[in-house]
Ligand binder design. Structure first.
Ligand code: C5P
Length: 300
């Protein structure tokens, strides 16, 4: 039987600046995505209909009906190609579910690349990007990988060259957070505080740190406007972030809408030590080490 396997990375946002709420319910962003070496695998197998099976930790929390973003991706691709195609998708999850690391978006990107190959469509990257953007704000980046600035709702991408490999630790929480709820809490907090919401701007010092491969400078510049909202919805994350700082992280922030917390380490050995310390401190379910940036969805 014909099958295609695609490997897709998780992301962390090294800058997530959230602008005002738009009429369509989204926010304009400056979203600096960074792909890291925690990968889901999406296997596309020949089948009559579209179906999905999810394996791995927390797989039971992922829908296996039309609510699954990878299923939506396969259907959107078939529609774009004007073909009635089926596929059986097998997703092996390593990216935390509802963790703020774009795992669902990664699976959708994986399904697009895998089905494009399985069905012999030969669609160019630009077409896949367009379909990806309609599926979700983070799906185009999961196709692209590397490090990139996302504007609009995060789907308009400009690649950024990085000067070195960065080493990270991710503290995984017991239960996920809904992205929509975290954005809503961000709006609520801003209104309650009477905050003027500025148009988001790229942080030049952060871009320079990325270009120079300067982990110390990058650690000092990490920004996430969703962090106060995520901390409000999950109070214990403040303790997780503090624990990482106490153990010498160069920077600590909530990853995207959370609840995963990201810690920048000086090097690979430091990342390993930090992961052991965070697990030992009992401030997370588990801690994963990873590096970035890494390529986007890739056939293996
Ligand atoms: O695009 P995606 O489906 O991943 O977004 C999930 C939710 O996150 C949206 O329904 C919206 O509530 C929120 N969101 C937002 N502004 C963005 C991206 C996402 O408000 N730029």
């Amino acid at each position: 039987m014909n099958s295609v396997t695609v490997r897709v990375p998780a992301k962390v946002n090294v800058q997530l600046s959230v602008g005002p709420l738009r009429d369509d319910g989204y926010h304009d962003l400056v979203n600096v995505f960074h792909a890291v070496s925690i990968f889901d695998e999406v296997v596309a197998q020949e089948a009559e209909d579209v179906s999905v099976q999810v394996l791995g930790e927390s797989a039971d929390q992922v829908p296996v009906d039309d609510g699954n973003l990878a299923v939506q991706a396969a259907r959107a691709l078939a529609k774009h190609a004007g073909r009635a195609q089926g596929v059986h998708l097998v997703i092996r999850k390593a990216i935390p579910v509802a963790g703020g690391m774009a795992g669902g978006s990664a699976d959708a990107a994986g399904a697009l690349v895998a089905c494009n190959e399985l069905w012999g469509l030969g669609l160019p990257a630009g077409d896949l990007m367009k379909i990806a953007g309609a599926l979700g704000s983070d799906v185009p980046f999961a196709l692209l990988g590397g490090t990139a600035i996302g504007t609009g709702r995060g789907e308009q991408l400009t690649e950024v060259a990085t000067g070195a490999r960065f080493h990270w630790v991710f503290a995984i929480a017991d239960a996920g957070l809904s992205t929509a709820k975290v954005y809503a809490e961000c709006d609520r907090l801003r209104e309650a505080l009477g905050e003027q919401v500025a148009w988001p701007q790229v942080n030049d010092a952060l871009m320079e740190a990325l270009r120079n491969g300067d982990a110390r400078a990058l650690g000092a510049e990490l920004i996430n406007d969703l962090q106060p909202a995520a901390l409000m919805l999950r109070r214990q994350l403040a303790r997780t972030l503090e624990s990482g700082r106490e153990h010498g992280a160069l920077g600590a922030l909530v990853s995207g809408s959370g609840p995963t917390c990201a810690f920048l380490a000086a090097d690979e050995a430091h990342a390993r030590d930090l992961a052991v310390a965070l697990t030992g401190a009992g401030v997370c379910r588990s801690a994963l080490t990873a590096h970035g940036s890494v390529p986007g969805a890739t056939i293996i």
